[in-house]
Design a protein around this ligand. Structure first.
Ligand code: CTP
Length: 410
């Protein structure tokens, strides 16, 4: 163990987590096992960044240790015996325990075959040196740092470094992870890592659509994802996902605008609609099927291009609100928002914004039941009257309930 970080650990972990980490360490020790805190949380402890993912590795058996811990507390336990992992849910946080394991990749991109191993085996299978450090939690060495791959030096130098030359071949999702950490931490790819990343970029083809989409979504959840997409473009990573997607300055401008109109931390569906904005429908379909987008997102992406093809209908400043409603009703909101941001016509954008902020929420006060009470009999005529009433409401011709009743009678 290179150094002891007990005081740092005691300050960094929230008190209930620290208390549990100590109990878990003692219990592990009684079982003759070693317990470590590993991965992102150790990296973030050094960087002074918050991280609430508590990943623990047990040299021994994670499930039996987790069972013991669950017995003495209120924690909710879930186990996966096949993977030798367990999750303990406490109020406000959870601990993930995994049995230390070694991994063998039967072929590039496949999920690895795992078998129990030592902490060393468990660390070498990881993505980057900065994510491959461990802190001992058992009492004899509490806070002892295990840093077999010089992760701490790389943290100090701001470098993302893989642990062995086949790392990106084994698991090409690491290519996207590397870009995410580079950006999030303000780090650089270490020279040899960058060379190997460029060499192995084609290995992205070995990754399933779901895994690739998950990584893309993680990128889109970061702050200013356009910067990562630009870097991914430069490294020819984006073109490997689909040759038509670009991480250029236009996209950067659009993403920045997207954040202004959609204040959620990550307007994921809007970002995706902008990412495909300059694709043809055929290219869009290829991307949807390559990344296996779920229905709702795929629909928003398709609507984006369908609406884009019909924007000329909305380039008229004299359109009535009911005409705007008629043209846009049924399109997914992110598709409309993407067009509002990307359209070069101020009139089009204004009409799209009017729909999003106002028109789509306008509804008459009277409904079908009210109309029946007023003597309108059931049938197509009732539907027509309701539609006419909705149009009148959109156009501001009726405002109050009385106005609406008068309108229906007329
Ligand atoms: N890991 C890996 N290779 C991957 C995914 C994960 O080696 N393709 C390892 C890394 O050691 C990582 C840990 O598993 O630290 C946990 O993965 P994850 O939760 O994705 O990363 P964190 O670093 O914990 O979290 P984040 O990226 O959000 O900071």
């Amino acid at each position: 163990m290179s150094e002891n970080l007990a005081p740092k650990l005691e300050k960094y972990l929230p008190p209930p987590v620290l208390a549990l980490a100590k109990i878990a360490g003692r219990e592990a020790s009684e079982l003759g096992q070693e317990l470590y805190l590993v991965g992102g949380v150790v990296r973030d402890l050094f960087l002074g960044r918050a991280n609430f993912d508590y990943d623990l590795v047990v040299e021994g058996n994670a499930i039996s240790l987790a069972r013991r811990l669950a017995k003495d507390s209120q924690a909710k336990l879930t186990t996966h015996s096949h993977f030798g992992t367990a999750k303990l849910k406490y109020p406000g946080f959870s601990l993930d325990l995994a049995t230390a394991r070694s991994e063998i990749y039967s072929r590039p991109g496949a999920l690895p075959t795992v078998k129990p191993g030592s902490l060393k085996d468990d660390l070498i299978r990881r993505d980057f040196s900065i994510n491959a450090m461990a802190l001992c939690l058992t009492p004899q060495h509490f806070g002892g740092l295990i840093d077999l791959y010089h992760g701490k030096d790389d943290l100090e130098r701001g470098l993302i470094r893989i642990l062995h030359p086949n790392s990106f071949i084994d698991d090409a999702t690491r290519i996207l992870r590397a870009l995410r950490y580079e950006h999030r931490l303000g780090f650089k790819l270490e020279t040899e890592t960058e060379r190997l990343l460029r060499r192995d970029v084609a290995m992205l083809d070995t990754i399933s659509g779901d895994r690739l989409r998950h990584e893309l979504e993680l990128i889109l959840k970061e702050d200013q994802p356009e910067k990562m997409l630009r870097r991914a473009d430069e490294l020819e990573v984006l073109s490997k996902i689909h040759p038509a997607i670009k991480g250029n300055g236009w996209l950067g401008k659009m993403f920045a605008k997207a954040r202004q109109v959609d204040k959620r931390t990550s307007p994921l569906s809007l970002y995706l609609c902008l990412l495909i904005y300059n694709l043809t429908e055929k290219e869009n379909e290829e991307l949807i099927s390559r990344l296996n987008f779920p229905k709702r997102l795929a629909q928003a992406m398709r609507h984006t291009l369908q609406l884009k093809a019909h924007l000329h209908n909305l380039a008229n400043p004299k359109l009535k609100p009911s005409d705007i409603y008629q043209s846009l009703h049924g399109y997914a909101a992110p598709a409309i928002q993407a067009n509002a941001l990307a359209s070069e016509s101020p009139i089009v954008s204004q009409n799209l914004r009017l729909y999003l902020t106002k028109l789509r929420y306008v509804k008459p006060l009277l409904n079908g039941e009210d109309l029946k009470r007023m003597g309108v009999s059931e049938g197509p005529r009732l539907g027509e009257i309701l539609n006419a009433l909705h149009r009148a409401k959109l156009n501001g011709e009726v405002r109050t309930r009385k106005d609406e009743e008068r309108f229906v009678r007329s």
